[in-house]
Design a protein around this ligand. Structure first.
Ligand SMILES: NC(=O)c1ccc[n+]([C@@H]2O[C@H](COP(=O)([O-])OP(=O)(O)OC[C@H]3O[C@@H](n4cnc5c(N)ncnc54)[C@H](OP(=O)(O)O)[C@@H]3O)[C@@H](O)[C@H]2O)c1
Length: 309
Protein backbone atom coordinates (compact mmCIF):
# COMPACT_ATOMS: atom_id res chain seq x y z
CA UNK A 1 0.00 0.00 0.00
CA UNK A 2 1.36 3.46 -0.86
CA UNK A 3 1.76 5.63 2.22
CA UNK A 4 1.06 9.35 1.97
CA UNK A 5 1.58 11.77 4.85
CA UNK A 6 -1.30 11.42 7.27
CA UNK A 7 -3.45 14.35 8.35
CA UNK A 8 -4.38 12.62 11.61
CA UNK A 9 -3.80 13.67 15.20
CA UNK A 10 -4.77 11.13 17.87
CA UNK A 11 -7.20 12.56 20.43
CA UNK A 12 -7.19 11.67 24.13
CA UNK A 13 -10.36 13.31 25.50
CA UNK A 14 -11.98 10.00 26.50
CA UNK A 15 -8.84 8.30 27.86
CA UNK A 16 -9.35 7.13 31.42
CA UNK A 17 -13.10 7.74 31.04
CA UNK A 18 -14.83 5.51 28.48
CA UNK A 19 -11.47 4.05 27.35
CA UNK A 20 -9.41 2.19 29.93
CA UNK A 21 -5.60 2.64 30.08
CA UNK A 22 -4.88 -0.79 28.54
CA UNK A 23 -6.99 0.01 25.50
CA UNK A 24 -5.40 3.48 25.22
CA UNK A 25 -2.00 1.78 25.07
CA UNK A 26 -3.24 -0.68 22.43
CA UNK A 27 -4.49 2.24 20.35
CA UNK A 28 -1.17 4.04 20.80
CA UNK A 29 0.81 0.92 19.80
CA UNK A 30 -1.13 0.60 16.53
CA UNK A 31 -1.11 4.33 15.80
CA UNK A 32 2.66 4.54 16.32
CA UNK A 33 3.37 1.37 14.35
CA UNK A 34 1.39 2.81 11.43
CA UNK A 35 3.45 6.02 11.42
CA UNK A 36 1.22 8.22 13.62
CA UNK A 37 3.17 10.73 15.67
CA UNK A 38 0.77 13.61 16.42
CA UNK A 39 -1.13 13.36 19.74
CA UNK A 40 -3.58 15.86 21.20
CA UNK A 41 -3.97 16.36 24.94
CA UNK A 42 -5.27 18.89 27.44
CA UNK A 43 -4.62 19.35 31.15
CA UNK A 44 -8.29 18.69 31.90
CA UNK A 45 -8.68 15.39 29.98
CA UNK A 46 -10.81 13.47 30.68
CA UNK A 47 -13.51 16.10 31.37
CA UNK A 48 -15.57 13.56 33.31
CA UNK A 49 -16.24 15.80 36.33
CA UNK A 50 -14.32 13.39 38.56
CA UNK A 51 -11.67 15.48 40.33
CA UNK A 52 -9.38 12.51 40.96
CA UNK A 53 -9.11 11.98 37.17
CA UNK A 54 -7.68 15.46 36.53
CA UNK A 55 -4.66 15.01 34.15
CA UNK A 56 -5.29 11.26 33.90
CA UNK A 57 -5.18 11.19 30.08
CA UNK A 58 -1.70 12.75 29.96
CA UNK A 59 -0.54 10.26 32.62
CA UNK A 60 -1.71 7.37 30.43
CA UNK A 61 0.30 8.86 27.55
CA UNK A 62 3.38 9.37 29.74
CA UNK A 63 3.21 5.77 31.02
CA UNK A 64 3.14 4.57 27.39
CA UNK A 65 6.05 6.83 26.34
CA UNK A 66 8.14 5.61 29.26
CA UNK A 67 7.32 1.94 28.81
CA UNK A 68 8.04 2.02 25.03
CA UNK A 69 11.00 4.43 25.15
CA UNK A 70 9.48 6.60 22.41
CA UNK A 71 11.06 9.99 21.75
CA UNK A 72 9.67 11.23 18.43
CA UNK A 73 6.05 12.14 19.11
CA UNK A 74 4.58 15.56 18.32
CA UNK A 75 2.40 16.39 21.29
CA UNK A 76 -0.13 19.20 21.43
CA UNK A 77 -1.13 20.28 24.96
CA UNK A 78 -4.05 22.59 25.54
CA UNK A 79 -3.52 24.62 28.69
CA UNK A 80 -5.40 27.00 30.96
CA UNK A 81 -7.79 24.56 32.65
CA UNK A 82 -7.70 24.38 36.42
CA UNK A 83 -10.03 21.40 36.85
CA UNK A 84 -11.85 18.76 34.77
CA UNK A 85 -15.39 19.72 35.76
CA UNK A 86 -16.26 21.09 32.31
CA UNK A 87 -17.16 24.56 33.60
CA UNK A 88 -15.78 27.85 32.34
CA UNK A 89 -13.13 28.28 35.10
CA UNK A 90 -9.62 28.61 33.72
CA UNK A 91 -6.46 30.60 34.25
CA UNK A 92 -4.75 32.29 31.31
CA UNK A 93 -2.56 34.59 33.40
CA UNK A 94 1.08 34.74 32.25
CA UNK A 95 2.31 33.15 35.49
CA UNK A 96 -0.01 30.14 35.20
CA UNK A 97 0.73 29.67 31.49
CA UNK A 98 4.45 29.80 32.27
CA UNK A 99 3.97 27.13 34.90
CA UNK A 100 2.12 24.95 32.34
CA UNK A 101 4.82 25.51 29.71
CA UNK A 102 7.56 24.52 32.18
CA UNK A 103 5.62 21.48 33.36
CA UNK A 104 4.99 20.11 29.85
CA UNK A 105 8.53 20.85 28.68
CA UNK A 106 9.72 18.90 31.70
CA UNK A 107 7.32 15.98 31.07
CA UNK A 108 7.53 15.73 27.25
CA UNK A 109 10.83 17.44 26.40
CA UNK A 110 11.43 17.79 22.66
CA UNK A 111 8.19 15.89 21.96
CA UNK A 112 6.12 18.92 22.99
CA UNK A 113 5.14 20.42 19.62
CA UNK A 114 2.45 22.95 20.53
CA UNK A 115 0.93 24.70 23.53
CA UNK A 116 -2.62 25.86 22.91
CA UNK A 117 -4.65 28.39 24.80
CA UNK A 118 -7.68 26.37 25.85
CA UNK A 119 -10.99 28.22 26.04
CA UNK A 120 -10.89 31.97 26.11
CA UNK A 121 -13.94 34.20 26.45
CA UNK A 122 -12.00 37.39 27.18
CA UNK A 123 -12.46 40.62 25.25
CA UNK A 124 -9.53 42.54 26.73
CA UNK A 125 -6.84 42.91 24.06
CA UNK A 126 -3.99 43.63 26.50
CA UNK A 127 -4.77 40.55 28.59
CA UNK A 128 -4.89 38.37 25.50
CA UNK A 129 -1.59 39.80 24.30
CA UNK A 130 -0.02 39.08 27.70
CA UNK A 131 -1.07 35.41 27.39
CA UNK A 132 0.37 35.26 23.87
CA UNK A 133 3.61 36.90 25.02
CA UNK A 134 4.16 34.07 27.50
CA UNK A 135 3.65 31.28 24.99
CA UNK A 136 5.36 32.69 21.88
CA UNK A 137 8.75 32.68 23.56
CA UNK A 138 8.65 28.99 24.56
CA UNK A 139 11.47 27.53 22.50
CA UNK A 140 10.69 24.88 19.90
CA UNK A 141 6.96 24.97 20.65
CA UNK A 142 4.30 26.36 18.28
CA UNK A 143 1.45 28.53 19.47
CA UNK A 144 -2.09 27.19 19.24
CA UNK A 145 -5.66 28.22 20.02
CA UNK A 146 -8.72 26.22 20.93
CA UNK A 147 -12.17 27.43 21.95
CA UNK A 148 -11.70 31.14 21.38
CA UNK A 149 -14.88 33.21 21.78
CA UNK A 150 -13.63 36.36 20.00
CA UNK A 151 -11.53 35.46 16.95
CA UNK A 152 -11.52 39.10 15.77
CA UNK A 153 -9.73 40.26 18.95
CA UNK A 154 -7.27 37.38 18.65
CA UNK A 155 -6.58 38.36 15.02
CA UNK A 156 -5.71 41.87 16.20
CA UNK A 157 -3.52 40.53 19.04
CA UNK A 158 -1.64 38.21 16.66
CA UNK A 159 -1.07 41.05 14.22
CA UNK A 160 0.22 43.32 17.02
CA UNK A 161 2.59 40.57 18.12
CA UNK A 162 3.61 39.83 14.49
CA UNK A 163 2.59 36.17 14.80
CA UNK A 164 2.01 34.88 11.29
CA UNK A 165 0.95 31.31 12.04
CA UNK A 166 -1.01 29.49 14.76
CA UNK A 167 -2.56 26.07 15.07
CA UNK A 168 -6.31 26.37 15.55
CA UNK A 169 -8.58 23.56 16.78
CA UNK A 170 -12.17 23.93 15.66
CA UNK A 171 -15.28 21.80 15.74
CA UNK A 172 -16.28 20.64 12.29
CA UNK A 173 -18.93 18.03 11.66
CA UNK A 174 -22.24 17.46 9.88
CA UNK A 175 -24.21 19.02 12.72
CA UNK A 176 -22.10 22.07 13.37
CA UNK A 177 -18.98 23.71 11.95
CA UNK A 178 -17.00 26.52 13.55
CA UNK A 179 -14.95 27.09 10.41
CA UNK A 180 -16.79 30.25 9.26
CA UNK A 181 -16.94 31.70 12.76
CA UNK A 182 -13.14 31.71 12.75
CA UNK A 183 -12.96 33.75 9.52
CA UNK A 184 -10.92 36.57 11.15
CA UNK A 185 -8.16 34.00 11.83
CA UNK A 186 -8.22 32.21 8.48
CA UNK A 187 -5.12 34.03 7.17
CA UNK A 188 -3.03 32.93 10.17
CA UNK A 189 -4.55 29.62 11.14
CA UNK A 190 -3.54 26.06 10.38
CA UNK A 191 -6.87 24.39 11.13
CA UNK A 192 -7.28 21.10 12.96
CA UNK A 193 -10.85 19.73 12.92
CA UNK A 194 -12.26 17.92 15.96
CA UNK A 195 -15.54 16.22 16.72
CA UNK A 196 -15.85 14.81 13.20
CA UNK A 197 -18.30 12.10 14.41
CA UNK A 198 -20.28 14.76 16.26
CA UNK A 199 -19.00 13.27 19.53
CA UNK A 200 -19.93 9.66 18.60
CA UNK A 201 -23.16 9.94 16.61
CA UNK A 202 -24.01 6.66 14.83
CA UNK A 203 -26.19 6.16 11.77
CA UNK A 204 -27.77 3.10 13.36
CA UNK A 205 -29.54 3.84 16.66
CA UNK A 206 -28.78 0.25 17.78
CA UNK A 207 -25.02 0.70 17.34
CA UNK A 208 -24.44 2.51 20.66
CA UNK A 209 -22.59 0.42 23.25
CA UNK A 210 -22.96 0.86 27.03
CA UNK A 211 -19.76 2.88 26.96
CA UNK A 212 -20.86 4.91 23.91
CA UNK A 213 -19.07 8.20 23.70
CA UNK A 214 -22.15 10.20 22.66
CA UNK A 215 -24.16 8.93 25.62
CA UNK A 216 -21.31 9.43 28.14
CA UNK A 217 -21.13 13.06 27.03
CA UNK A 218 -24.86 13.59 27.45
CA UNK A 219 -25.69 13.43 23.72
CA UNK A 220 -28.90 12.10 22.24
CA UNK A 221 -29.47 10.21 18.99
CA UNK A 222 -33.12 11.20 18.51
CA UNK A 223 -32.20 14.88 18.32
CA UNK A 224 -30.51 14.33 14.93
CA UNK A 225 -33.00 11.92 13.42
CA UNK A 226 -33.76 13.92 10.25
CA UNK A 227 -30.14 14.63 9.50
CA UNK A 228 -29.24 10.96 10.02
CA UNK A 229 -32.03 9.94 7.61
CA UNK A 230 -30.63 12.39 5.05
CA UNK A 231 -27.14 10.90 5.47
CA UNK A 232 -28.42 7.34 5.07
CA UNK A 233 -30.19 8.52 1.89
CA UNK A 234 -26.87 9.81 0.53
CA UNK A 235 -25.12 6.53 1.31
CA UNK A 236 -27.85 4.66 -0.60
CA UNK A 237 -27.69 7.07 -3.53
CA UNK A 238 -23.92 6.80 -3.96
CA UNK A 239 -23.60 3.10 -3.17
CA UNK A 240 -24.57 2.32 -6.79
CA UNK A 241 -21.27 3.87 -7.99
CA UNK A 242 -19.00 0.81 -8.00
CA UNK A 243 -15.87 2.63 -9.19
CA UNK A 244 -14.81 3.38 -5.60
CA UNK A 245 -15.40 2.04 -2.08
CA UNK A 246 -18.84 2.87 -0.67
CA UNK A 247 -19.17 4.90 2.52
CA UNK A 248 -20.84 2.83 5.22
CA UNK A 249 -20.91 4.74 8.47
CA UNK A 250 -20.83 8.06 10.25
CA UNK A 251 -17.05 7.95 10.64
CA UNK A 252 -16.60 7.71 6.85
CA UNK A 253 -18.87 10.71 6.35
CA UNK A 254 -17.10 12.71 9.09
CA UNK A 255 -13.69 11.94 7.62
CA UNK A 256 -14.82 12.88 4.12
CA UNK A 257 -16.36 16.12 5.34
CA UNK A 258 -13.15 17.16 7.13
CA UNK A 259 -10.41 15.75 4.88
CA UNK A 260 -11.90 17.20 1.68
CA UNK A 261 -12.39 20.64 3.21
CA UNK A 262 -9.85 22.97 1.55
CA UNK A 263 -9.28 25.02 4.74
CA UNK A 264 -8.60 22.07 7.06
CA UNK A 265 -5.07 20.72 7.40
CA UNK A 266 -5.32 18.14 10.16
CA UNK A 267 -8.07 15.97 11.62
CA UNK A 268 -8.40 14.79 15.20
CA UNK A 269 -9.31 11.14 15.69
CA UNK A 270 -11.41 10.25 18.72
CA UNK A 271 -11.15 6.49 18.36
CA UNK A 272 -12.16 4.28 21.27
CA UNK A 273 -10.93 0.95 19.86
CA UNK A 274 -8.07 -0.29 17.67
CA UNK A 275 -10.65 -1.36 15.03
CA UNK A 276 -11.94 2.23 14.82
CA UNK A 277 -8.40 3.45 14.32
CA UNK A 278 -7.83 0.86 11.57
CA UNK A 279 -11.07 1.98 9.92
CA UNK A 280 -9.99 5.65 9.94
CA UNK A 281 -6.48 4.87 8.66
CA UNK A 282 -7.92 2.80 5.81
CA UNK A 283 -10.45 5.51 4.93
CA UNK A 284 -7.83 8.23 4.80
CA UNK A 285 -6.05 6.15 2.14
CA UNK A 286 -9.29 5.64 0.23
CA UNK A 287 -10.17 9.34 0.30
CA UNK A 288 -6.67 10.21 -0.96
CA UNK A 289 -6.93 7.66 -3.74
CA UNK A 290 -10.43 8.23 -5.19
CA UNK A 291 -12.45 11.27 -6.18
CA UNK A 292 -15.32 11.90 -3.76
CA UNK A 293 -15.92 15.56 -4.66
CA UNK A 294 -19.50 14.76 -5.78
CA UNK A 295 -20.16 13.17 -2.37
CA UNK A 296 -18.69 16.23 -0.64
CA UNK A 297 -20.92 18.60 -2.64
CA UNK A 298 -24.06 16.53 -1.99
CA UNK A 299 -23.21 16.37 1.71
CA UNK A 300 -23.00 20.16 1.84
CA UNK A 301 -26.59 20.35 0.57
CA UNK A 302 -27.90 17.87 3.16
CA UNK A 303 -26.15 19.82 5.92
CA UNK A 304 -27.64 23.12 4.77
CA UNK A 305 -31.07 21.46 4.81
CA UNK A 306 -30.83 19.69 8.19
CA UNK A 307 -27.73 20.93 10.09
CA UNK A 308 -27.48 23.97 12.38
CA UNK A 309 -25.02 25.86 10.11
N1 LIG B 1 -10.32 21.72 21.11
C1 LIG B 1 -11.35 21.26 21.76
O1 LIG B 1 -12.08 22.00 22.48
C2 LIG B 1 -11.70 19.84 21.60
C3 LIG B 1 -12.99 19.45 21.88
C4 LIG B 1 -13.31 18.13 21.71
C5 LIG B 1 -12.33 17.26 21.30
N2 LIG B 1 -11.06 17.64 21.04
C6 LIG B 1 -10.03 16.66 20.61
O2 LIG B 1 -10.52 15.95 19.50
C7 LIG B 1 -10.52 14.54 19.77
C8 LIG B 1 -11.68 13.90 19.07
O3 LIG B 1 -12.88 14.51 19.50
P1 LIG B 1 -14.23 13.72 19.65
O4 LIG B 1 -14.03 12.58 20.61
O5 LIG B 1 -15.29 14.70 19.95
O6 LIG B 1 -14.37 13.09 18.19
P2 LIG B 1 -15.55 12.41 17.41
O7 LIG B 1 -14.90 11.75 16.23
O8 LIG B 1 -16.66 13.35 17.14
O9 LIG B 1 -16.17 11.31 18.41
C9 LIG B 1 -15.44 10.19 18.79
C10 LIG B 1 -16.38 9.00 18.89
O10 LIG B 1 -16.84 8.67 17.57
C11 LIG B 1 -16.91 7.27 17.44
N3 LIG B 1 -15.93 6.82 16.43
C12 LIG B 1 -14.70 7.32 16.17
N4 LIG B 1 -14.11 6.62 15.17
C13 LIG B 1 -14.99 5.66 14.80
C14 LIG B 1 -14.96 4.62 13.83
N5 LIG B 1 -13.91 4.43 13.05
N6 LIG B 1 -16.05 3.82 13.72
C15 LIG B 1 -17.15 4.02 14.52
N7 LIG B 1 -17.22 4.97 15.47
C16 LIG B 1 -16.15 5.79 15.59
C17 LIG B 1 -16.55 6.66 18.80
O11 LIG B 1 -17.75 6.52 19.54
P3 LIG B 1 -17.95 5.20 20.46
O12 LIG B 1 -16.84 5.21 21.43
O13 LIG B 1 -19.30 5.45 21.09
O14 LIG B 1 -17.94 4.03 19.53
C18 LIG B 1 -15.69 7.75 19.40
O15 LIG B 1 -15.62 7.75 20.80
C19 LIG B 1 -10.59 14.45 21.29
O16 LIG B 1 -10.10 13.22 21.78
C20 LIG B 1 -9.73 15.62 21.70
O17 LIG B 1 -8.35 15.26 21.66
C21 LIG B 1 -10.74 18.93 21.15
Amino acid sequence: MTQTASAFVLGTAMWGWTINPTDCHRILDTYYERGGRWIDGATNYPINKKGSDFRKAEQILLDWINSRGVDDLKIIMKVGSVNNLGGPENNLSPSFLLLCAQEYQHLFGQQLASLMIHWDNRTNLEEIQASLDTLIVVEGVSLGLSGVRHPDIYAEALENRKVKEVWLQLKHNVIYSDYNRYAPLHDNARCIAYGINAGGLKLDAKAYSKQASLLARGGNHEQHKELVEGLIGLIDRFSAANNRPALKKMNHIGLLYALLHPGIEKVLLGVSKVEQLEDSLAWEQVLNQYDYSDWFAALGKIIVKHGKK
